[in-house]
Design a protein around this ligand. Structure first.
Ligand SMILES: C[S@@+](CC[C@H](N)C(=O)[O-])C[C@H]1O[C@@H](n2cnc3c(N)ncnc32)[C@H](O)[C@@H]1O
Length: 379
């Protein structure tokens, strides 16, 4: 019996039930879930009782009592790092290796490559580093034998494969969303697509239901959330192919925020419209329209537009706003081309790392070029 089969039986013995699916290795995606029969939309394909889960409630007291104020991701990572028991051996045997992560996860890339991440991804990486550093400080003072590299590995294992979980037995206050985590054996093998099977959670456990008809032999996906490729790259170590992520967007703050300062910036801050400007595959966000309006309108007119909605501003004004955006995006396109050239000539790290990074910049290039074309064809 191979490790996948052993793991499957182990999970089934713990209360995971499968219907028409099995673990399967997919090139470039590690393990995933495959349909082993034709599945119809609405069919339940996996259920897991809470007895099958690994959560903060299952971490041995000998570990949790020494790790007060740690994040739940950090607590579960410590549990993984300290766990050598035969109990979880079949699960451990199918998990990605440190080498898998070295190639895929930006946090393990050379700093010169990290500095070439798109701004949106770079800021997510900084937050991820802060969380891990803070968790490791707590863990290393309680368990000095756990090395940083071992802890980073188990932290990423947890962060890349947890599901949303709550329980009345959890007394933690305040209970923030990032801390509502569970590991579900076998369900953690589903790979991500922008739209996937429905995952539902109730006090009795999890249920995963096909969102569409799936042919025998096809890969079966769930969605990890409505995430951009910048987010997926940093948090999960891959990007979805061009045109296959309907949630993709790019951050525009670095381009737009420097254009405004002084009083106009203060007004935008006061009205809650400063920062978080994005462009997706179809348009810039409403916040960006509000900022462009501030750049092109007298303040009284801007306030009226804020009350009535920026979608209906007059044509002349909209043309001015479009012209500002067109100019900014044009400059950014040149910057993006420079980044692609830098990535190509850097020659640092594993081949796959630079390749993923260049692919991401090309996706951004396309999004920016498409937006420029849309503006030009409109005016
Ligand atoms: C929850 S696990 C899924 C199982 C994983 N493939 C494995 O071998 O253990 C999440 C990880 O799977 C990989 N993954 C998920 N969806 C993917 C996709 N669409 N393309 C490439 N890799 C994907 C990434 O490495 C991600 O961090």
């Amino acid at each position: 019996m191979d490790s996948q089969e052993t793991f499957t039986r182990w999970a089934q013995a713990r209360g995971v039930k499968l219907n028409g699916i099995a673990a399967h290795r997919f090139p470039g995606r590690g393990l995933g879930i495959q349909a082993v029969k034709r599945i119809e939309a609405g069919e339940e394909i996996l259920t897991a009782t809470t007895a099958a889960l690994r959560t903060e409630l299952t971490v041995p007291k000998s570990i949790s009592k020494s790790l007060k104020n740690i994040s739940v991701n950090g607590l579960l990572a410590a549990d993984f790092a300290l766990d050598v028991s035969p109990l979880h051996a079949p699960w451990r045997a199918v998990l990605p290796t440190k080498t898998d992560f070295e190639e895929s996860m930006p946090i393990l890339w050379d700093l010169s490559l990290q500095s070439l991440l798109p701004p949106g991804a770079f800021s997510i990486l900084q937050k991820q580093k802060e969380k891990i550093t803070s968790d490791f400080a707590i863990v290393s003072s309680a368990f000095p034998d756990i090395s940083y590299s071992q802890y980073l590995y188990t932290w990423l294992l947890v962060s890349t494969r947890t599901f949303f979980f709550t329980s009345p037995r959890i007394k933690r206050k305040p209970l923030i969303r990032d801390d509502c985590l569970a590991l579900i054996p076998l369900a953690d093998l589903f790979n991500h697509s922008d739209v996937g099977c429905d995952v539902s959670y109730s006090p009795s456990g999890y249920s995963i239901t096909a969102n569409q008809d799936i042919e025998e032999g096809q890969e079966v996906y769930i969605s990890y959330g409505n995430h951009s490729n910048d987010f997926i790259l940093v948090e999960y170590g891959f990007i979805l192919a061009d045109g296959t992520n309907c949630w993709d967007q790019i951050a525009l703050d670095e381009l737009l925020c420097p254009l405004l300062d002084g009083e106009k910036r203060v007004v935008l801050e006061e009205e809650g419209f400063w920062g978080r400007y994005v462009l997706d595959g179809e348009t810039v966000c409403y916040r960006t329209q509000v900022l462009l309006g501030m750049m092109c309108m007298p303040i009284n007119k801007w306030r009226r537009a804020l009350g009535q909605g920026f979608d209906g501003v007059d044509e002349r004004c909209q043309r001015e706003m479009d012209a500002v955006l067109r100019a900014v995006l044009g400059e950014y396109k040149t910057v993006v081309e420079g980044k692609i050239a830098e990535v190509d000539k850097l020659g640092v790290g594993m081949e796959g790392q630079g390749e993923t990074l260049a692919r991401r910049w090309w996706q951004i290039h396309k999004m920016v070029s498409d937006a420029i074309r849309r503006i030009e064809s409109k005016n």
